[in-house]
Design a protein around this ligand. Sequence first.
Ligand code: CUK
Ligand code: CUA
Length: 640
Amino acid sequence: MTDHERDIAETAEGTDATAARRPNLDLPRLEVGRRDFMKAGAAVGAMTGLAGCTSVLSDEGNGGGGSSGGSGEHAVAPGEHDEYYGFLSGGHTGEIRVVGIPSMRELMRIPVFQTESARGFGHDAKSSEVLEEGGGYTWGDTHHPRVSQTDNDYDGRWLFVNDKANGRMARVDLEYFETDAITNVPNSQAVHGACMQLPDTQLVFGVGEFRVPMPNDGRDVDDLDAYGSVLTAIDPETMDVEWQVEVDGNMDNGDGGKEGRWFFATGYNSEEGVTQGEMARSDRDYVKAFDIPAIWDAVEAGEYEEISGVPVVDGTMDSPLNEGDRPVVRYVPTPKSPHGVSVTPDGKYAIASGKLDPTCTVIGIEEIAEVDDPQDAILGQPRVGMGPLHTAYDDRGHAYTTLFIDSQVAKWDYEAAVEAEAGSEEPILEKHDVHYNPGHLIASESYTASPQGDYLVSLNKLSKDRFLPVGPIHPENDQLFYIGDDQAGMELVKDKPSYPEPHDASVVHRDKIEPAKTWDRDDYDLEFVPEGEESFERVDESTVEIEMWARRNEYAFPEVTVREGDEVTIRISNVETTSDVIHSLAIPEYDVNLALAPQDTREVTFTADHPGVFWAYCAYFCSALHLEMRSRILVEPRDG
Ligand code: CUK
Ligand code: CUA
Protein backbone atom coordinates (compact mmCIF):
# COMPACT_ATOMS: atom_id res chain seq x y z
CA MET A 1 0.00 0.00 0.00
CA THR A 2 1.44 3.39 -0.94
CA ASP A 3 1.10 6.39 1.36
CA HIS A 4 -1.55 7.72 -0.91
CA GLU A 5 -3.60 4.52 -0.89
CA ARG A 6 -3.38 4.42 2.89
CA ASP A 7 -4.64 7.99 3.03
CA ILE A 8 -7.57 7.07 0.84
CA ALA A 9 -8.41 4.07 2.95
CA GLU A 10 -8.24 6.12 6.14
CA THR A 11 -10.31 8.96 4.72
CA ALA A 12 -12.94 6.56 3.43
CA GLU A 13 -13.05 4.76 6.76
CA GLY A 14 -13.45 8.07 8.51
CA THR A 15 -16.40 8.90 6.32
CA ASP A 16 -18.01 5.55 6.90
CA ALA A 17 -17.46 5.74 10.62
CA THR A 18 -19.24 9.09 10.62
CA ALA A 19 -22.02 7.58 8.57
CA ALA A 20 -22.38 4.74 11.06
CA ARG A 21 -23.16 7.23 13.80
CA ARG A 22 -25.95 8.60 11.61
CA PRO A 23 -27.75 5.44 10.59
CA ASN A 24 -30.32 7.23 8.42
CA LEU A 25 -27.62 8.69 6.17
CA ASP A 26 -26.95 6.47 3.22
CA LEU A 27 -23.27 6.67 2.33
CA PRO A 28 -22.56 3.49 0.41
CA ARG A 29 -19.05 2.46 -0.51
CA LEU A 30 -18.07 2.36 -4.12
CA GLU A 31 -18.56 -1.22 -5.23
CA VAL A 32 -15.71 -0.97 -7.68
CA GLY A 33 -12.34 0.00 -6.26
CA ARG A 34 -9.84 2.36 -7.82
CA ARG A 35 -7.56 -0.46 -8.91
CA ASP A 36 -10.43 -2.20 -10.70
CA PHE A 37 -11.28 0.98 -12.52
CA MET A 38 -7.70 1.35 -13.64
CA LYS A 39 -7.65 -2.22 -14.90
CA ALA A 40 -10.95 -1.69 -16.69
CA GLY A 41 -9.54 1.48 -18.22
CA ALA A 42 -6.47 -0.40 -19.41
CA ALA A 43 -8.63 -3.11 -20.94
CA VAL A 44 -10.78 -0.61 -22.81
CA GLY A 45 -7.63 1.16 -23.93
CA ALA A 46 -6.17 -2.07 -25.26
CA MET A 47 -9.35 -2.87 -27.15
CA THR A 48 -9.51 0.51 -28.84
CA GLY A 49 -5.90 0.12 -29.89
CA LEU A 50 -4.78 3.21 -27.96
CA ALA A 51 -4.84 5.26 -31.15
CA GLY A 52 -3.11 8.53 -30.35
CA CYS A 53 -3.75 7.91 -26.68
CA THR A 54 -1.19 7.80 -23.91
CA SER A 55 -3.54 7.84 -20.96
CA VAL A 56 -2.72 4.44 -19.55
CA LEU A 57 1.01 4.83 -20.00
CA SER A 58 1.15 8.34 -18.65
CA ASP A 59 -0.90 7.19 -15.72
CA GLU A 60 1.95 5.00 -14.61
CA GLY A 61 4.61 7.58 -15.26
CA ASN A 62 4.78 11.20 -14.38
CA GLY A 63 1.93 12.45 -16.46
CA GLY A 64 3.96 13.06 -19.59
CA GLY A 65 4.91 16.41 -20.83
CA GLY A 66 7.45 17.57 -18.32
CA SER A 67 8.39 21.15 -18.99
CA SER A 68 8.12 20.88 -22.75
CA GLY A 69 4.55 22.11 -22.87
CA GLY A 70 2.53 18.92 -23.03
CA SER A 71 3.01 15.54 -24.63
CA GLY A 72 2.50 14.37 -28.18
CA GLU A 73 -0.03 16.28 -30.19
CA HIS A 74 -0.84 18.50 -27.23
CA ALA A 75 2.64 19.96 -27.07
CA VAL A 76 3.07 23.63 -27.84
CA ALA A 77 6.46 24.17 -29.42
CA PRO A 78 8.75 27.00 -28.34
CA GLY A 79 7.55 30.21 -29.99
CA GLU A 80 4.07 28.86 -30.68
CA HIS A 81 0.99 30.22 -28.99
CA ASP A 82 -1.51 28.31 -26.95
CA GLU A 83 -5.07 27.92 -28.08
CA TYR A 84 -6.65 28.98 -24.79
CA TYR A 85 -6.20 31.39 -21.96
CA GLY A 86 -6.69 29.76 -18.59
CA PHE A 87 -7.51 32.21 -15.80
CA LEU A 88 -6.78 30.44 -12.53
CA SER A 89 -7.52 31.88 -9.15
CA GLY A 90 -4.58 32.04 -6.77
CA GLY A 91 -6.47 31.35 -3.54
CA HIS A 92 -4.93 33.10 -0.56
CA THR A 93 -2.20 34.71 -2.64
CA GLY A 94 -5.09 36.97 -3.65
CA GLU A 95 -4.18 36.93 -7.35
CA ILE A 96 -5.22 35.57 -10.74
CA ARG A 97 -2.75 33.48 -12.77
CA VAL A 98 -2.94 33.41 -16.53
CA VAL A 99 -1.76 30.16 -18.09
CA GLY A 100 -1.70 29.02 -21.69
CA ILE A 101 -3.61 25.84 -22.45
CA PRO A 102 -2.63 23.19 -23.47
CA SER A 103 0.99 24.06 -22.60
CA MET A 104 0.09 25.03 -19.01
CA ARG A 105 2.84 27.64 -19.23
CA GLU A 106 2.25 30.47 -16.80
CA LEU A 107 1.98 33.66 -18.85
CA MET A 108 1.19 36.37 -16.34
CA ARG A 109 -0.11 37.04 -12.87
CA ILE A 110 -2.70 39.66 -12.11
CA PRO A 111 -2.58 41.02 -8.58
CA VAL A 112 -6.11 41.58 -7.32
CA PHE A 113 -6.40 41.86 -3.56
CA GLN A 114 -2.74 42.34 -2.63
CA THR A 115 0.06 44.76 -3.37
CA GLU A 116 2.55 43.31 -5.81
CA SER A 117 5.91 44.77 -6.71
CA ALA A 118 6.65 43.46 -10.22
CA ARG A 119 3.56 45.18 -11.58
CA GLY A 120 3.68 48.02 -9.08
CA PHE A 121 0.14 47.18 -8.01
CA GLY A 122 -0.77 49.13 -4.91
CA HIS A 123 2.27 51.38 -5.43
CA ASP A 124 0.82 54.03 -7.73
CA ALA A 125 -2.07 56.35 -6.94
CA LYS A 126 -4.62 54.59 -9.15
CA SER A 127 -4.12 51.01 -7.99
CA SER A 128 -3.68 52.14 -4.37
CA GLU A 129 -7.07 53.80 -4.64
CA VAL A 130 -8.59 50.56 -5.98
CA LEU A 131 -7.23 48.67 -2.95
CA GLU A 132 -8.24 51.46 -0.58
CA GLU A 133 -11.81 51.62 -1.89
CA GLY A 134 -11.91 47.86 -1.51
CA GLY A 135 -11.44 48.25 2.22
CA GLY A 136 -7.67 48.64 2.51
CA TYR A 137 -7.03 45.01 3.48
CA THR A 138 -3.60 43.58 2.72
CA TRP A 139 -4.65 40.20 1.37
CA GLY A 140 -7.51 38.25 -0.11
CA ASP A 141 -8.55 34.74 -1.09
CA THR A 142 -9.58 34.43 -4.74
CA HIS A 143 -11.63 31.37 -5.65
CA HIS A 144 -13.88 31.84 -8.66
CA PRO A 145 -12.69 33.79 -11.69
CA ARG A 146 -15.51 34.26 -14.21
CA VAL A 147 -15.12 36.03 -17.54
CA SER A 148 -17.95 38.27 -18.71
CA GLN A 149 -20.27 36.97 -21.39
CA THR A 150 -22.53 38.36 -24.08
CA ASP A 151 -25.19 36.07 -25.49
CA ASN A 152 -23.85 33.22 -23.34
CA ASP A 153 -20.36 33.40 -24.81
CA TYR A 154 -17.17 35.06 -23.63
CA ASP A 155 -16.87 38.70 -24.67
CA GLY A 156 -13.34 39.17 -23.27
CA ARG A 157 -14.22 42.39 -21.50
CA TRP A 158 -13.84 41.66 -17.80
CA LEU A 159 -13.04 38.98 -15.33
CA PHE A 160 -14.81 39.00 -11.98
CA VAL A 161 -13.51 37.23 -8.91
CA ASN A 162 -14.48 36.90 -5.27
CA ASP A 163 -12.50 37.44 -2.08
CA LYS A 164 -13.54 34.74 0.34
CA ALA A 165 -11.43 36.26 3.11
CA ASN A 166 -12.80 39.78 3.38
CA GLY A 167 -16.10 39.48 1.56
CA ARG A 168 -15.33 41.36 -1.65
CA MET A 169 -15.77 41.20 -5.39
CA ALA A 170 -13.20 42.49 -7.86
CA ARG A 171 -13.21 43.30 -11.54
CA VAL A 172 -10.22 42.79 -13.83
CA ASP A 173 -10.03 44.72 -17.10
CA LEU A 174 -9.08 42.14 -19.73
CA GLU A 175 -7.75 44.71 -22.16
CA TYR A 176 -4.94 45.62 -19.73
CA PHE A 177 -5.04 42.53 -17.52
CA GLU A 178 -5.31 44.81 -14.52
CA THR A 179 -7.67 44.97 -11.56
CA ASP A 180 -9.71 48.15 -11.92
CA ALA A 181 -12.37 47.91 -9.19
CA ILE A 182 -12.95 46.20 -5.85
CA THR A 183 -16.30 46.26 -4.05
CA ASN A 184 -16.27 45.72 -0.32
CA VAL A 185 -19.56 43.88 0.17
CA PRO A 186 -21.50 44.88 3.31
CA ASN A 187 -23.40 42.50 5.62
CA SER A 188 -21.14 39.64 4.71
CA GLN A 189 -17.94 37.94 5.69
CA ALA A 190 -16.65 35.60 3.00
CA VAL A 191 -18.02 36.16 -0.46
CA HIS A 192 -17.41 32.67 -1.77
CA GLY A 193 -19.25 31.70 -4.95
CA ALA A 194 -18.98 34.20 -7.77
CA CYS A 195 -20.70 34.31 -11.12
CA MET A 196 -22.97 36.29 -13.36
CA GLN A 197 -26.49 36.72 -14.53
CA LEU A 198 -26.48 35.45 -18.09
CA PRO A 199 -26.80 35.66 -21.05
CA ASP A 200 -25.30 39.17 -20.99
CA THR A 201 -23.61 39.74 -17.62
CA GLN A 202 -26.50 41.91 -16.46
CA LEU A 203 -25.45 41.39 -12.83
CA VAL A 204 -22.48 39.92 -11.01
CA PHE A 205 -23.28 37.76 -7.99
CA GLY A 206 -21.28 37.19 -4.86
CA VAL A 207 -22.44 34.29 -2.71
CA GLY A 208 -22.11 34.92 1.03
CA GLU A 209 -20.75 32.13 3.14
CA PHE A 210 -19.98 32.69 6.84
CA ARG A 211 -23.05 33.90 8.73
CA VAL A 212 -22.58 37.17 10.62
CA PRO A 213 -24.88 39.57 12.46
CA MET A 214 -26.54 42.06 10.11
CA PRO A 215 -25.40 44.76 10.66
CA ASN A 216 -22.16 43.48 12.17
CA ASP A 217 -21.41 46.42 14.46
CA GLY A 218 -21.12 44.75 17.84
CA ARG A 219 -24.74 44.94 18.96
CA ASP A 220 -25.65 41.28 18.35
CA VAL A 221 -22.40 39.40 18.79
CA ASP A 222 -23.94 36.31 20.35
CA ASP A 223 -27.53 36.57 19.13
CA LEU A 224 -27.56 33.76 16.56
CA ASP A 225 -30.98 34.80 15.27
CA ALA A 226 -29.46 38.05 14.06
CA TYR A 227 -26.89 36.18 11.95
CA GLY A 228 -27.47 35.88 8.24
CA SER A 229 -25.92 35.00 4.92
CA VAL A 230 -26.64 37.03 1.81
CA LEU A 231 -26.53 36.79 -1.96
CA THR A 232 -25.21 40.08 -3.34
CA ALA A 233 -26.06 41.47 -6.77
CA ILE A 234 -23.56 43.95 -8.22
CA ASP A 235 -23.82 46.15 -11.30
CA PRO A 236 -20.89 45.12 -13.56
CA GLU A 237 -20.35 48.65 -14.93
CA THR A 238 -20.41 50.64 -11.68
CA MET A 239 -19.50 47.75 -9.34
CA ASP A 240 -22.14 49.14 -6.94
CA VAL A 241 -24.21 46.76 -4.84
CA GLU A 242 -27.78 46.75 -6.19
CA TRP A 243 -29.41 44.51 -3.59
CA GLN A 244 -28.90 41.56 -1.31
CA VAL A 245 -31.09 38.60 -0.42
CA GLU A 246 -30.86 37.05 3.02
CA VAL A 247 -31.31 33.28 3.22
CA ASP A 248 -31.41 30.51 5.79
CA GLY A 249 -28.23 28.53 6.33
CA ASN A 250 -24.78 29.08 4.88
CA MET A 251 -24.24 29.41 1.18
CA ASP A 252 -21.26 28.09 -0.72
CA ASN A 253 -20.91 28.05 -4.53
CA GLY A 254 -23.17 29.50 -7.22
CA ASP A 255 -23.94 29.54 -10.92
CA GLY A 256 -26.45 31.36 -13.10
CA GLY A 257 -28.94 29.84 -15.54
CA LYS A 258 -28.51 30.66 -19.22
CA GLU A 259 -31.79 32.54 -19.60
CA GLY A 260 -31.34 35.14 -16.91
CA ARG A 261 -34.16 34.16 -14.57
CA TRP A 262 -32.50 31.77 -12.14
CA PHE A 263 -29.44 31.82 -10.00
CA PHE A 264 -28.44 28.73 -8.01
CA ALA A 265 -26.39 28.55 -4.82
CA THR A 266 -25.40 25.48 -2.87
CA GLY A 267 -25.11 25.62 0.86
CA TYR A 268 -24.36 23.85 4.05
CA ASN A 269 -25.18 24.46 7.68
CA SER A 270 -28.94 24.63 7.26
CA GLU A 271 -28.80 23.96 11.02
CA GLU A 272 -27.30 27.46 11.39
CA GLY A 273 -24.82 26.16 13.93
CA VAL A 274 -21.58 27.84 14.89
CA THR A 275 -19.47 24.76 15.61
CA GLN A 276 -18.52 22.03 13.20
CA GLY A 277 -20.62 19.51 15.13
CA GLU A 278 -23.68 21.73 14.98
CA MET A 279 -23.19 22.42 11.27
CA ALA A 280 -23.10 18.77 10.26
CA ARG A 281 -26.06 17.41 12.23
CA SER A 282 -28.78 17.32 9.66
CA ASP A 283 -28.85 15.03 6.63
CA ARG A 284 -30.44 17.62 4.37
CA ASP A 285 -29.23 20.88 3.00
CA TYR A 286 -30.51 22.99 0.16
CA VAL A 287 -29.73 24.32 -3.23
CA LYS A 288 -31.30 27.76 -3.27
CA ALA A 289 -32.85 28.87 -6.54
CA PHE A 290 -33.11 32.66 -6.68
CA ASP A 291 -35.78 34.10 -8.98
CA ILE A 292 -34.00 37.25 -10.14
CA PRO A 293 -36.98 39.09 -11.72
CA ALA A 294 -39.08 38.34 -8.61
CA ILE A 295 -36.31 39.82 -6.44
CA TRP A 296 -36.17 42.95 -8.62
CA ASP A 297 -39.97 43.26 -8.23
CA ALA A 298 -39.61 43.13 -4.45
CA VAL A 299 -36.86 45.75 -4.50
CA GLU A 300 -38.86 48.05 -6.75
CA ALA A 301 -41.95 47.62 -4.56
CA GLY A 302 -39.89 48.69 -1.54
CA GLU A 303 -40.23 45.28 0.10
CA TYR A 304 -36.83 45.28 1.72
CA GLU A 305 -34.98 46.45 4.78
CA GLU A 306 -32.05 48.79 4.31
CA ILE A 307 -29.04 47.43 6.22
CA SER A 308 -25.62 49.09 5.96
CA GLY A 309 -26.93 51.23 3.11
CA VAL A 310 -28.07 48.34 0.93
CA PRO A 311 -31.59 47.00 0.21
CA VAL A 312 -31.80 43.54 1.78
CA VAL A 313 -34.70 41.37 0.62
CA ASP A 314 -35.88 38.67 3.02
CA GLY A 315 -35.46 35.36 1.24
CA THR A 316 -35.54 33.15 4.31
CA MET A 317 -37.94 30.20 4.28
CA ASP A 318 -40.54 31.89 6.44
CA SER A 319 -40.42 35.20 4.60
CA PRO A 320 -43.75 36.59 3.38
CA LEU A 321 -41.98 37.03 0.04
CA ASN A 322 -41.68 33.25 -0.18
CA GLU A 323 -45.41 32.69 0.24
CA GLY A 324 -47.62 32.68 -2.81
CA ASP A 325 -46.86 31.52 -6.30
CA ARG A 326 -43.80 33.68 -7.03
CA PRO A 327 -41.38 33.08 -4.16
CA VAL A 328 -38.09 34.97 -4.35
CA VAL A 329 -36.08 31.91 -3.29
CA ARG A 330 -36.96 28.24 -3.73
CA TYR A 331 -35.23 25.77 -1.43
CA VAL A 332 -34.47 22.49 -3.18
CA PRO A 333 -33.62 19.81 -0.60
CA THR A 334 -30.50 17.76 -1.34
CA PRO A 335 -28.34 15.33 0.61
CA LYS A 336 -26.18 17.18 3.11
CA SER A 337 -23.64 19.88 2.25
CA PRO A 338 -23.75 20.10 -1.55
CA HIS A 339 -20.64 21.99 -2.67
CA GLY A 340 -20.28 22.96 -6.35
CA VAL A 341 -23.18 23.83 -8.60
CA SER A 342 -22.96 24.45 -12.33
CA VAL A 343 -25.54 24.86 -15.06
CA THR A 344 -25.31 22.59 -18.11
CA PRO A 345 -24.39 24.31 -21.40
CA ASP A 346 -27.90 23.73 -22.78
CA GLY A 347 -29.33 25.55 -19.77
CA LYS A 348 -31.57 22.59 -18.86
CA TYR A 349 -30.07 21.51 -15.54
CA ALA A 350 -28.27 22.85 -12.52
CA ILE A 351 -26.06 20.08 -11.18
CA ALA A 352 -24.97 20.17 -7.55
CA SER A 353 -22.13 17.99 -6.31
CA GLY A 354 -22.73 16.14 -3.07
CA LYS A 355 -19.45 16.59 -1.13
CA LEU A 356 -20.51 14.52 1.91
CA ASP A 357 -22.80 12.37 -0.23
CA PRO A 358 -21.61 10.23 -3.16
CA THR A 359 -24.21 11.63 -5.59
CA CYS A 360 -24.75 14.63 -7.79
CA THR A 361 -28.21 16.19 -7.83
CA VAL A 362 -29.63 17.11 -11.24
CA ILE A 363 -32.18 19.92 -10.91
CA GLY A 364 -34.48 20.72 -13.85
CA ILE A 365 -34.44 24.46 -14.50
CA GLU A 366 -37.70 24.61 -16.42
CA GLU A 367 -39.25 22.39 -13.76
CA ILE A 368 -38.18 24.63 -10.88
CA ALA A 369 -40.59 27.31 -12.09
CA GLU A 370 -43.50 24.90 -12.42
CA VAL A 371 -43.48 22.44 -9.52
CA ASP A 372 -45.32 23.16 -6.26
CA ASP A 373 -42.73 21.33 -4.18
CA PRO A 374 -39.15 22.26 -5.19
CA GLN A 375 -38.11 18.68 -4.44
CA ASP A 376 -40.03 17.60 -7.54
CA ALA A 377 -37.58 19.55 -9.71
CA ILE A 378 -34.89 16.97 -8.88
CA LEU A 379 -34.69 14.88 -12.03
CA GLY A 380 -31.67 12.70 -11.37
CA GLN A 381 -29.23 11.69 -8.66
CA PRO A 382 -26.44 9.50 -10.06
CA ARG A 383 -23.94 7.96 -7.69
CA VAL A 384 -20.65 9.35 -8.95
CA GLY A 385 -18.21 8.38 -6.19
CA MET A 386 -16.76 9.59 -2.91
CA GLY A 387 -16.45 13.31 -2.23
CA PRO A 388 -17.93 14.90 -5.38
CA LEU A 389 -17.01 18.59 -5.37
CA HIS A 390 -17.37 20.25 -8.77
CA THR A 391 -18.76 19.46 -12.22
CA ALA A 392 -17.70 20.71 -15.66
CA TYR A 393 -19.06 19.99 -19.15
CA ASP A 394 -17.99 19.20 -22.67
CA ASP A 395 -20.01 19.81 -25.85
CA ARG A 396 -21.36 16.26 -26.05
CA GLY A 397 -23.63 15.97 -23.03
CA HIS A 398 -20.98 14.75 -20.61
CA ALA A 399 -20.43 15.96 -17.09
CA TYR A 400 -17.06 15.60 -15.36
CA THR A 401 -17.12 15.57 -11.58
CA THR A 402 -14.13 15.73 -9.25
CA LEU A 403 -14.12 13.10 -6.50
CA PHE A 404 -12.04 14.52 -3.68
CA ILE A 405 -11.85 11.38 -1.56
CA ASP A 406 -11.43 8.91 -4.43
CA SER A 407 -8.83 11.16 -6.14
CA GLN A 408 -10.61 10.70 -9.44
CA VAL A 409 -12.60 12.49 -12.07
CA ALA A 410 -15.86 10.77 -13.01
CA LYS A 411 -17.20 11.28 -16.52
CA TRP A 412 -20.92 10.75 -16.84
CA ASP A 413 -23.87 11.34 -19.14
CA TYR A 414 -26.33 13.80 -17.65
CA GLU A 415 -29.30 12.87 -19.85
CA ALA A 416 -28.70 9.23 -18.86
CA ALA A 417 -28.73 10.36 -15.23
CA VAL A 418 -32.20 11.85 -15.74
CA GLU A 419 -33.37 8.52 -17.19
CA ALA A 420 -31.72 6.38 -14.51
CA GLU A 421 -32.92 5.63 -11.00
CA ALA A 422 -31.63 7.79 -8.17
CA GLY A 423 -28.39 6.33 -6.80
CA SER A 424 -27.59 4.47 -10.01
CA GLU A 425 -24.02 4.17 -11.29
CA GLU A 426 -25.23 3.46 -14.81
CA PRO A 427 -24.70 6.99 -16.14
CA ILE A 428 -21.00 6.82 -15.19
CA LEU A 429 -18.92 6.29 -18.33
CA GLU A 430 -15.37 6.46 -17.04
CA LYS A 431 -13.26 7.32 -14.03
CA HIS A 432 -9.72 8.56 -14.28
CA ASP A 433 -7.24 8.87 -11.43
CA VAL A 434 -5.85 12.31 -10.63
CA HIS A 435 -2.93 13.10 -8.32
CA TYR A 436 -4.35 13.82 -5.81
CA ASN A 437 -7.58 14.97 -4.15
CA PRO A 438 -9.09 17.31 -6.72
CA GLY A 439 -11.14 20.40 -5.85
CA HIS A 440 -12.42 22.19 -8.91
CA LEU A 441 -12.03 21.11 -12.46
CA ILE A 442 -12.72 23.19 -15.52
CA ALA A 443 -13.24 22.28 -19.16
CA SER A 444 -12.59 24.71 -22.00
CA GLU A 445 -15.44 27.26 -22.11
CA SER A 446 -17.48 25.03 -19.81
CA TYR A 447 -19.31 27.99 -18.28
CA THR A 448 -20.73 29.11 -21.65
CA ALA A 449 -23.51 27.68 -23.80
CA SER A 450 -20.89 26.29 -26.19
CA PRO A 451 -18.03 24.44 -24.46
CA GLN A 452 -15.18 23.38 -26.73
CA GLY A 453 -15.01 19.85 -25.41
CA ASP A 454 -11.27 19.33 -25.87
CA TYR A 455 -9.38 20.14 -22.66
CA LEU A 456 -10.06 19.77 -18.99
CA VAL A 457 -7.92 20.87 -16.05
CA SER A 458 -8.23 19.14 -12.70
CA LEU A 459 -7.04 21.40 -9.88
CA ASN A 460 -5.65 18.91 -7.39
CA LYS A 461 -5.07 20.01 -3.84
CA LEU A 462 -2.25 17.59 -3.05
CA SER A 463 0.76 16.70 -5.18
CA LYS A 464 2.47 14.44 -2.59
CA ASP A 465 5.28 12.62 -4.42
CA ARG A 466 4.75 13.99 -7.95
CA PHE A 467 7.53 16.60 -7.87
CA LEU A 468 10.94 17.23 -6.35
CA PRO A 469 10.48 17.90 -2.66
CA VAL A 470 10.61 21.57 -1.71
CA GLY A 471 10.07 21.49 2.03
CA PRO A 472 6.97 20.67 4.00
CA ILE A 473 4.64 22.92 2.05
CA HIS A 474 4.08 21.15 -1.24
CA PRO A 475 2.94 22.64 -4.51
CA GLU A 476 -0.49 21.65 -5.72
CA ASN A 477 -0.90 19.81 -9.00
CA ASP A 478 -2.98 21.12 -11.90
CA GLN A 479 -3.45 18.25 -14.34
CA LEU A 480 -4.40 18.73 -17.95
CA PHE A 481 -6.56 16.14 -19.71
CA TYR A 482 -7.48 15.83 -23.34
CA ILE A 483 -11.17 14.87 -23.37
CA GLY A 484 -11.96 15.18 -27.07
CA ASP A 485 -11.93 11.44 -27.85
CA ASP A 486 -14.77 9.56 -26.17
CA GLN A 487 -13.56 6.23 -27.57
CA ALA A 488 -10.06 6.50 -26.18
CA GLY A 489 -11.25 8.08 -22.96
CA MET A 490 -9.73 10.85 -20.92
CA GLU A 491 -6.05 11.31 -21.63
CA LEU A 492 -3.74 12.72 -18.97
CA VAL A 493 -1.47 15.13 -20.83
CA LYS A 494 0.42 17.12 -18.26
CA ASP A 495 1.16 17.82 -14.62
CA LYS A 496 1.73 21.40 -13.59
CA PRO A 497 2.94 22.20 -10.08
CA SER A 498 1.02 25.16 -8.77
CA TYR A 499 1.71 27.62 -5.98
CA PRO A 500 -1.07 27.47 -3.36
CA GLU A 501 -3.76 27.50 -4.29
CA PRO A 502 -5.95 27.60 -7.35
CA HIS A 503 -9.62 26.85 -6.72
CA ASP A 504 -11.41 27.48 -9.94
CA ALA A 505 -10.62 28.69 -13.44
CA SER A 506 -12.14 29.95 -16.63
CA VAL A 507 -10.74 28.70 -19.91
CA VAL A 508 -11.33 31.07 -22.82
CA HIS A 509 -10.41 30.66 -26.49
CA ARG A 510 -7.65 33.04 -27.51
CA ASP A 511 -9.82 34.61 -30.25
CA LYS A 512 -12.12 36.02 -27.56
CA ILE A 513 -9.52 38.02 -25.65
CA GLU A 514 -7.96 41.17 -27.12
CA PRO A 515 -5.20 42.39 -24.84
CA ALA A 516 -3.71 45.83 -25.44
CA LYS A 517 -0.09 45.93 -26.67
CA THR A 518 0.60 49.39 -25.29
CA TRP A 519 -1.55 51.77 -23.25
CA ASP A 520 -4.08 53.99 -24.96
CA ARG A 521 -3.80 57.47 -23.42
CA ASP A 522 -7.59 57.82 -23.50
CA ASP A 523 -7.89 54.93 -21.08
CA TYR A 524 -6.62 56.73 -18.03
CA ASP A 525 -7.40 60.02 -16.34
CA LEU A 526 -3.83 61.25 -15.98
CA GLU A 527 -2.32 63.54 -18.55
CA PHE A 528 0.56 62.08 -20.56
CA VAL A 529 3.95 63.80 -20.20
CA PRO A 530 5.71 63.92 -23.60
CA GLU A 531 9.44 64.49 -24.01
CA GLY A 532 10.20 68.21 -23.76
CA GLU A 533 7.22 68.90 -21.50
CA GLU A 534 8.73 67.76 -18.25
CA SER A 535 8.37 70.19 -15.38
CA PHE A 536 9.41 70.75 -11.79
CA GLU A 537 7.17 73.04 -9.79
CA ARG A 538 7.43 74.10 -6.19
CA VAL A 539 3.76 74.73 -5.38
CA ASP A 540 4.40 76.06 -1.87
CA GLU A 541 6.78 75.78 1.07
CA SER A 542 6.29 72.05 1.39
CA THR A 543 4.74 70.82 -1.86
CA VAL A 544 6.53 69.82 -5.04
CA GLU A 545 4.99 68.58 -8.26
CA ILE A 546 7.13 66.82 -10.84
CA GLU A 547 6.03 65.82 -14.32
CA MET A 548 8.51 63.63 -16.13
CA TRP A 549 8.98 60.87 -18.65
CA ALA A 550 11.04 57.74 -19.03
CA ARG A 551 12.64 56.23 -22.11
CA ARG A 552 15.65 54.05 -22.94
CA ASN A 553 17.87 54.81 -20.90
CA GLU A 554 16.97 57.90 -19.01
CA TYR A 555 14.47 59.84 -17.01
CA ALA A 556 13.56 63.43 -17.91
CA PHE A 557 15.61 64.64 -14.94
CA PRO A 558 19.04 63.20 -14.15
CA GLU A 559 18.61 64.70 -10.73
CA VAL A 560 15.88 66.25 -8.61
CA THR A 561 16.38 68.34 -5.52
CA VAL A 562 13.69 68.67 -2.87
CA ARG A 563 13.69 69.69 0.79
CA GLU A 564 13.21 67.49 3.82
CA GLY A 565 9.51 67.23 4.64
CA ASP A 566 8.30 68.11 1.15
CA GLU A 567 5.24 66.31 -0.14
CA VAL A 568 6.41 65.22 -3.57
CA THR A 569 4.04 64.17 -6.33
CA ILE A 570 5.57 62.58 -9.40
CA ARG A 571 3.63 61.96 -12.58
CA ILE A 572 5.65 59.95 -15.06
CA SER A 573 4.95 58.64 -18.57
CA ASN A 574 6.73 55.90 -20.43
CA VAL A 575 7.07 57.55 -23.83
CA GLU A 576 8.10 54.33 -25.62
CA THR A 577 5.79 53.18 -28.38
CA THR A 578 7.50 49.82 -28.87
CA SER A 579 5.63 47.02 -27.14
CA ASP A 580 7.38 45.17 -24.33
CA VAL A 581 9.74 48.05 -23.51
CA ILE A 582 8.75 48.52 -19.91
CA HIS A 583 10.40 50.90 -17.49
CA SER A 584 9.85 51.46 -13.85
CA LEU A 585 10.54 54.14 -11.29
CA ALA A 586 11.80 52.79 -8.00
CA ILE A 587 12.77 55.04 -5.09
CA PRO A 588 13.24 52.42 -2.38
CA GLU A 589 13.77 54.77 0.57
CA TYR A 590 10.30 56.21 -0.05
CA ASP A 591 8.58 52.95 -0.94
CA VAL A 592 8.01 54.15 -4.51
CA ASN A 593 7.74 51.42 -7.14
CA LEU A 594 5.93 52.22 -10.38
CA ALA A 595 5.75 49.84 -13.34
CA LEU A 596 5.34 51.69 -16.62
CA ALA A 597 4.22 49.87 -19.75
CA PRO A 598 4.69 51.74 -23.03
CA GLN A 599 2.50 54.88 -23.19
CA ASP A 600 1.39 54.38 -19.59
CA THR A 601 1.32 57.25 -17.10
CA ARG A 602 1.35 56.74 -13.34
CA GLU A 603 1.39 59.01 -10.37
CA VAL A 604 2.70 58.68 -6.85
CA THR A 605 2.96 60.98 -3.82
CA PHE A 606 5.41 60.60 -0.95
CA THR A 607 6.80 62.70 1.85
CA ALA A 608 10.54 63.22 1.62
CA ASP A 609 11.12 62.95 5.32
CA HIS A 610 14.70 61.64 5.30
CA PRO A 611 17.46 63.97 4.15
CA GLY A 612 20.12 62.37 1.99
CA VAL A 613 20.83 61.11 -1.50
CA PHE A 614 18.59 58.41 -2.91
CA TRP A 615 19.00 56.90 -6.36
CA ALA A 616 15.82 56.38 -8.29
CA TYR A 617 16.29 53.51 -10.73
CA CYS A 618 14.56 51.45 -13.37
CA ALA A 619 13.80 47.92 -12.19
CA TYR A 620 12.71 46.49 -15.55
CA PHE A 621 15.66 45.32 -17.62
CA CYS A 622 14.90 47.50 -20.61
CA SER A 623 18.09 47.86 -22.66
CA ALA A 624 21.86 47.49 -22.64
CA LEU A 625 22.16 50.66 -20.57
CA HIS A 626 19.37 49.66 -18.19
CA LEU A 627 21.68 49.69 -15.19
CA GLU A 628 22.61 53.28 -15.97
CA MET A 629 18.96 54.34 -16.13
CA ARG A 630 18.64 56.28 -12.90
CA SER A 631 18.14 59.65 -11.36
CA ARG A 632 19.57 61.19 -8.23
CA ILE A 633 17.04 62.35 -5.64
CA LEU A 634 18.67 64.92 -3.36
CA VAL A 635 16.76 65.63 -0.18
CA GLU A 636 18.23 68.70 1.47
CA PRO A 637 17.84 69.06 5.20
CA ARG A 638 15.43 71.79 6.38
CA ASP A 639 17.42 74.62 7.92
CA GLY A 640 18.29 74.18 11.52
S1 CUK B 1 -14.52 26.09 -3.72
CU1 CUK B 1 -12.36 25.62 -3.40
S2 CUK B 1 -12.44 23.56 -4.26
CU2 CUK B 1 -14.15 28.02 -3.26
CU3 CUK B 1 -15.32 26.57 -5.53
CU4 CUK B 1 -14.63 23.92 -4.18
CU1 CUA C 1 14.26 51.33 -18.11
CU2 CUA C 1 15.48 49.56 -17.17
